[in-house]
Design a protein around this ligand. Structure first.
Ligand code: PLP
Length: 449
């Protein structure tokens, strides 16, 4: 233990007095003091046990405390903790090769970063440098990171405080079937969401647009799962107008959806894919922008104006290698697909039972419950960007989860179920039982019709 054995109250006091917490006003914020973790479970400093139904930040994909990754980090630390980013090192090269092997076809070289935001920053920088064009099309219901450029790419309200942001970002609406403005009726997709992207390309001028960036499956903003036609059409639009396709797989990559990468569900390859989170399962901070051979070869004769002190960090790359090996050794990608089917069937039962569930969306172990006050009108249980009293019902649900040892994210009218890929069926059922009871609370707020 590097820290002294402090009590929970003291841990919280130190954190609150000397550190700033993300996306929160600080005074009323009450963080969970997390002490240690194993598999799909973590414990707080005051000994409370929590089932981790969100893999922390949808990121500890292999589960907590895997000795193989811990040992790899320790072994690397004994040999070399850090080499400057101009140098070659074994972990950096080996991980680069491993990523080229598992990435969708055509993607070859990795530019390593500290996380997802920087991966997206560098992805759009490279797209702009190679294309000589400057505009980027992004979606509204999206999150791409907290740094200046990635924040501007982000569509959700976290962007507002950072505006005006970087120039050149243009936004389009999402292929969000449950609340679609394009389709004439629910369940009948007319692909006008895609036509709208093409219209936007026309209006902005194809010769000005360097790239389209999208989370392949939108994460925090609602596990939005586009159709196959949407992505195949989008790839065609990119080819037709010579626009690079950047797929942000920071959250949906590394087995989360039951494939190595979510774009495999659509049989498409991006020109750049950004990854982080599951790359090391958060055992160390690491991200990457993995680029096509075409983009990589441009930089054979042009300077790559990009760099980070911690690019290709030896400890992080060692963690990445070990982590990719764990996915392979434990067949975690196939396991996520199988467990995903099991989870989906159980979640569908809950949706059928509880009138407060408007929709449950799932792909692999990437799943969400969207709660409504009325199934017919789809009035959300809490409005878009809800805060304060608007969150009363959702906060009751959140409290119920916490009181019963279930950790997950509750956001506006949704909550997530994104457990580690190594979770067992018993653990899934343990968590779903708590959710079942929490949904009884939500049901009481459904309008009688
Ligand atoms: C889809 C997506 N892209 C980018 C990011 C930013 O990654 P990071 O927080 O590692 O910078 C996130 C983080 O949640 C994300 O979900």
């Amino acid at each position: 233990m590097t820290t002294q054995a402090l009590g929970a109250e003291e841990v919280i006091r130190l954190n609150k007095e000397y550190t700033l917490f993300e996306w929160s006003s600080q005074a009323g914020y009450s963080p969970l003091p997390i002490d240690h973790a194993k598999g799909s479970v973590f414990w707080t400093t005051d000994g409370r046990r929590f089932l981790d139904f969100n893999s922390q930040l949808m990121s500890v994909n292999i589960g907590h405390g895997d000795e193989r990754v811990i040992t790899a980090i320790q072994e690397q630390a004994k040999k070399l903790t850090y080499a400057n980013p101009y140098a070659a090192s074994e972990p950096r090269g080996v991980l680069g090769q491993m990523l080229a092997e598992i990435s969708p076809r055509g993607l070859k070289k990795s530019f390593f970063t500290n996380g997802g935001s920087e991966a997206n920053e560098n992805a759009i920088k490279m797209a702009r440098m190679v294309s000589g064009k400057h505009k980027i099309i992004a979606r509204y219901r999206s999150y791409h990171g907290g740094t200046a450029g990635s924040m501007t790419l982000t569509g959700d309200p976290r962007r507002w405080a950072a505006e005006p942001g970087i120039p050149g970002v243009v936004r389009v609406l999402d292929p969000y079937a449950y609340r679609c403005r394009f389709c004439e009726s629910a369940g009948s997709c007319n692909l006008n969401c895609l036509n709208h992207v093409e219209d936007t390309i026309q209006f902005e001028g194809p010769d000005n647009i360097a790239a389209i960036i999208m989370e392949t499956i939108t994460g925090t903003n609602g596990i939005i799962i586009p159709t196959r036609e949407y992505y195949r059409g989008l790839r065609q639009l990119c080819d037709k107008y010579k626009i690079f396709l950047i797929l942000d797989e920071v959250m949906c990559g590394f087995g989360r959806t039951g494939k190595w990468f979510a774009c495999e569900h659509y049989d498409i390859s991006p020109d750049i894919m950004t990854v982080a989170k599951g790359l090391t399962s958060s055992y160390a901070p690491l991200g990457a922008a993995i680029v096509s051979e075409e983009i990589a070869s441009y930089f054979d004769t042009h300077v790559l104006y990009a760099g980070l002190t911690y690019g290709g960090h030896a400890l992080a790359c060692a963690a990445g290698i070990a982590c990719v090996n764990v996915y392979k050794e434990d067949n975690l990608i196939e396991r996520a697909a199988a467990m995903g089917e099991f989870l989906a069937a159980e979640e569908d039962k809950l949706a059928a039972k509880h009138p407060s569930v408007g929709e449950v969306r799932h792909i692999g172990l990437f799943t969400i419950f969207e709660l409504v006050k009325d199934r017919k009108t789809r009035e959300p249980m809490a409005p878009f960007n809800a805060s304060g009293k608007q969150m009363d019902v959702m906060n009751m649900i959140k409290k119920f989860f916490t009181d019963h040892g279930l950790f997950t994210f509750v956001r506006w009218n949704t909550f997530f179920v994104n457990p580690p890929l190594s979770i067992s069926k018993d653990e899934i059922m343990e968590g779903l039982k708590i959710i079942d009871e929490a949904l009884d609370i939500a049901d009481e707020f459904v309008h009688a019709t």
